[in-house]
Design a protein around this ligand. Sequence first.
Ligand code: GRF
Length: 202
Amino acid sequence: MMIKLGVLASGRGSNFQSIINSIDRGALDAEIACLITDNPTAYAIERAKLHKIPHVYANPNGYASKDVYYRSIADELQFCGVELIVLAGFMRVVRKPLIDAFPMRIVNIHPSLLPSFKGMHAHMQALEYGVRISGCTVHFVDEGVDSGPIILQEAVPVFSDDTVESLSARILECEHRILPLAIKLYIEGKLRVTGNIVKIGD
Ligand code: GRF
């Protein structure tokens, strides 16, 4: 059954594009009902226009509080009939009103092997720590920062001459694989969540 996705993005939108591409080549039985950005100049908006995906700029400064902001985003997504929300480079911590409206129905992509290097600047944190392996994680979103149940991870090597740019490029390739794959597993009803553990199966 075709499900409706809502995507939240703040910038470039290459992960958003990876979802569009997966849908276009028939790998994902989904429709992107709405892109919401918190940034009016996000390149993700251009991608939405190109693919005729409805897009909304939700100005974070235009609301009485953060909770009201997320309540209005939840309203918009419910209005569009969204079943699963994908945070694809959305640079904010989402709040309770959105999480409560979509329990275990929000996924996020993070550029580290969680629980290492949560928050901003994950690549820099990995380089400064000196890890030999990093990667990316798709997880369900709870009220913490990058802390919900892990769905998929993919690892990459970290080389001694890596920079933030070279490491993020290597990790981004994995992000573009595992984000659509996690969405596919969700759509196929293959994810079972018990506490903090996600079981993948039929
Ligand atoms: C990605 O590295 C993602 O993991 C992080 O922000 C970046 C967004 O890139 N949360 P893009 O906008 O999808 O190109």
